[in-house]
Write a protein that binds this ligand. Sequence first.
Ligand SMILES: [Zn+2]
Ligand SMILES: [Zn+2]
Ligand SMILES: [Zn+2]
Length: 134
Amino acid sequence: MQQQPRSVRTIYATSARRAIVDLLKSERRYLTAATIFAALKPAIPKLALSTVYRTLELLVGKGTVSTRAETNGEAGFVFCTDAHHHHAICTACGHVDEVDCDAMERFKLDLLQNQSFVLDEHAVEFFGRCARCR
Ligand SMILES: [Zn+2]
Ligand SMILES: [Zn+2]
Ligand SMILES: [Zn+2]
């Protein structure tokens, strides 16, 4: 079977996705779609804001990116590694560190033993100052 050439559209979508992932990987803080768009537009002139939104939605679905509501109500997006973790967010510069979940796992057992509460899900964020801002 002959392989179909990839359409220009597909190649473009792939490079936009890679650019967004690379940007989020290097920034390590929550960025809004508008900020991502403004940062990438000079390098990818054909980039549309709607592509940024669609790509972020796709990456959130895959778990590559996680999202939270920023204080101004806009959605922020940050790169995430595969393993389950939580975010320690620097209140000074916005830097996001990934922290493991050991403490939450102990809390889950503690809840079950002491209050017979079965914890299904949890979402925890930590706020403080990163190594550079301390
Ligand atoms: Zn994460
Ligand atoms: Zn900081
Ligand atoms: Zn956890």
